[in-house]
Design a protein around this ligand. Structure first.
Ligand code: ATP
Ligand code: MG
Length: 340
């Protein structure tokens, strides 16, 4: 089903990323390739959450600024089409900040501190009581993002489910106060594929762990990364039986190899013994080179004209702002905040 101009009944989807670094294969598996499909089924908004990225990056504002265009290039490179998807920059829509300001009165500090994801992040980053207030309250800001566009579907990783629950609590409280259903509750879509591990064998490919293969990686970078991919430390000689558990080369093949029969055969050979890592990695490298070459080419093409990319972001942001402004107007009126 393909449609250029969605009808009023087309469900609305909101997704996005914090622009803190280039996107990698983990993002591709976890969200990007789905967005290319979603844009034909939903009215899709994809947000560059630069303001949210500042909640823990005030010491490096340049990083956030620079990565807005980098992440936009990644979006365009994978096939997110600005004619079908509205790509927007969060900070340029003041209505999102305004909604956050109201929603903060619909959530308690205790509730924010109980949010399991926020709680975990506080521990992870060693914030304790020195947590930036903006970071503690980012679930309210996320609720503003979701509700401003009346999104009913929000694709998220498992760790973000508590955000959607909190968003819906805010929606219900607000609608009760308003006396009618102005805001829309959202449903979390969790992709079936789990997390893509890092090339080092850590459970998650993540830019802060430095174990990524980026979407813009050169052919040489891909080759070098595949060489480093963690396999089976017990598989010393070619003749040794190999193990598949935790073997990142095979986990990547599971994620990207479309020849499932060929892959099953290779797995059997590997576990039986007699198949070297270099053969497995050669297959993996070929698949990743084939996957990333067209993405890299499109990325380089768009990168030639950054002015055009900024124009795409400007148009998307303006379009998104019109939608957010309508919702914010309704919210303001419902709260009795309209006078003239
Ligand atoms: P950071 O190191 O700054 O946390 P990151 O590389 O882990 O960055 P995030 O920006 O935290 O990336 O990820 C945003 C979203 O991208 C996640 O919520 C998840 O949906 C998806 N994602 C990121 N890494 C992976 C991965 N390895 N596998 C699957 N999905 C991923
Ligand atoms: Mg992360």
């Amino acid at each position: 089903m393909s449609q250029q101009s969605p009808s009023a009944s087309t469900p609305i989807i909101l997704t996005g990323d914090r622009p803190t670094g280039p996107l990698h294969l983990g993002h591709y598996v976890g969200s990007l390739r789905n967005r290319v499909t979603y844009q034909d089924e939903y009215r899709q908004f994809v947000m560059l959450a630069d303001a949210q990225a500042l909640t823990d990056n005030m010491d490096d504002i340049g990083k956030v600024h620079r990565n807005v265009v980098e992440v936009a290039l990644d979006y365009l490179a994978v096939g997110i089409d600005p004619a079908k998807t509205t790509i927007l920059i969060q900070s340029q829509i003041p209505e999102l900040t305004e909604l956050t300001f109201y929603y903060l009165n619909l959530v308690t500090v205790a509730r924010l501190e109980r949010n399991p994801t926020v709680k975990q992040e506080i521990v992870l980053r060693g914030f304790e009581r020195d947590i930036p207030a903006g970071f503690l309250t980012y679930p309210a800001s996320q609720a503003a993002d979701i509700t401003a566009f009346k999104a009913s579907v929000v694709p998220v990783g498992e760790d973000q489910i508590p955000m959607i629950e909190q968003c819906n609590e805010i929606v219900r409280k607000f609608n009760r106060i308003a006396g009618r259903d102005i805001l829309v509750e959202a449903k979390a879509y969790v992709p079936e594929v789990g997390r893509l591990p890092g090339i080092d064998g850590k459970a998650k490919m993540s830019k802060s762990l430095g174990n990524t293969i980026n979407l813009g990686a050169s052919a040489d970078e891909i080759r070098a990364a595949v060489k480093m991919v963690y396999t089976d430390p017990l598989h010393l000689k070619v003749s040794d039986p190999g193990h598949l558990e935790g073997n990142v080369a095979f986990l990547y093949l599971d994620a990207f190899d479309t020849d499932k029969a060929g892959l099953a055969e290779m797995k059997a050979h590997y576990t039986r013994g007699g198949l070297g890592d270099s053969v497995v990695k050669k297959r993996l490298e070929g698949i990743l080179q084939d996957l990333l070459a067209p993405i890299r080419a499109r990325r380089e093409e768009f990168a030639k004209d950054r002015g055009q990319v900024m124009q795409i972001l400007k148009e998307g942001t303006m379009k998104a702002r019109e939608v957010a402004a309508v919702t914010t107007d309704e919210v303001r009126k419902a709260l009795g905040l309209s006078y003239f």
